[in-house]
Design a protein around this ligand. Structure first.
Ligand code: GDP
Length: 137
């Protein structure tokens, strides 16, 4: 059994598709072990995306992630990390496979609806970044 971190980004929250996205996870064998809606400030968003600090889009990314509320979740299930990545689709929604979350709900490479941890090590760190042990049920 694995756990991974998922974020419904500001664009998808604004569109009112939280329920539709959560349904993709639950319909595909992933259980929501923790969930909260929150608003990131620039410090918290900057720290979360620190690995991208040197990338040209870092400033835009932080600005976007602080542009409205997000929903942060811990998803649990068999191969949860890779399953979540498959359900999300490619980073650029134009390249995302048909039926994936990004193909169906995302508009652009920055406003791309969801985040998902890309390794088990990152998943463990990202879960700790947002949730205390007691909040993951
Ligand atoms: P992910 O793991 O599929 O989310 O992709 P990455 O880890 O490569 O990038 C992290 C996030 O940075 C993406 O989800 C996008 O929101 C954003 N991003 C990636 N590439 C670009 C880009 O070229 N321009 C902008 N503005 N944002 C980008």
């Amino acid at each position: 059994m694995e756990q991974t971190l998922s974020i419904i980004k500001p664009d998808a929250v604004k569109k009112g598709v939280i329920g539709k996205i959560v349904d993709r996870f639950e319909s595909n064998g992933l259980r929501v072990a923790a969930m909260k809606k929150m608003q990131l400030d620039a410090n918290k968003a900057g720290e979360f995306y620190a690995v991208h600090k040197e990338r040209p889009f870092y400033g835009e990314l932080v600005q976007f992630m602080t542009s409205g509320p997000i929903v942060v979740m811990v998803l649990e299930g068999e191969e949860a990390m890779s399953k979540n990545r498959d359900l999300m689709g490619a980073t650029n929604p134009k390249e995302a496979a048909k039926g994936t979350i990004r193909a169906d709900f995302a508009d652009s490479i920055d406003a791309n609806a969801v985040h998902g941890s890309d390794s088990l090590e990152n998943a463990a760190n990202e879960i700790k970044f947002f949730f205390s042990k007691e909040e993951v049920i």
